[in-house]
Design a protein around this ligand. Structure first.
Ligand code: CMP
Length: 146
């Protein structure tokens, strides 16, 4: 196992439902440290660029519309196997298929309003972290838990 970094986004539905704190708590409780965090209201160009890989998909324009509909929380999570761990904590993309106890099972409305985004591979995590954060904006630290 290795220490990795991955990009997490709390989507507009998560912000509007008032679950920012609960989502971040789940990451911390699972050993994923937020080492960068900021709120943003994505422009259309920013959302289109971020989801460029989905450009040809039928849901692309709705996805961009939704992701620009309100503020989001952008985070970099650091920890052992952070990419896979984050995906496990999030649950399946479609909340109807997500396992009990996952973020999407507990908070998401549907496959579009699914509360969180997480990088799907280490390679994409590097690209996605770099899309929103400069190296100087990442702040690693050690936990000294009681
Ligand atoms: P996310 O992990 O952010 O990556 C792409 C997003 O597209 C995905 O979560 C979903 O919220 C959204 N999406 C909307 N419709 C679909 C669909 N039919 N299949 C996959 N993703 C979809």
């Amino acid at each position: 196992m290795a220490i990795e970094r991955t990009l997490s986004i709390i989507k507009p539905d998560g912000v509007e439902k008032g679950v920012i704190g609960q989502v971040v708590a789940r990451f911390e409780q699972a050993g994923l440290k937020p080492v960068a965090m900021r709120m943003a209201h994505l422009s259309r160009a920013e959302a289109e660029g971020f989801y460029a890989v989905h450009k040809a998909r039928p849901f692309f324009s709705d996805l961009v519309k939704f992701m620009t509909s309100g503020p989001v929380v952008l985070m970099v999570l650091e920890g052992e196997s952070a990419v896979a761990k984050n995906r496990e904590i999030m649950g399946a993309t479609d909340p109807a298929k997500a396992a009990a106890g996952t973020i999407r099972k507990d908070f998401a409305s549907n496959i579009e309003k699914n509360t969180v985004h997480g990088s799907d591979s280490l390679e994409n995590a590097k690209v996605e972290v770099g899309y929103f954060f400069r190296e100087i904006e990442l702040h690693p630290y050690e936990w000294k838990k009681a």
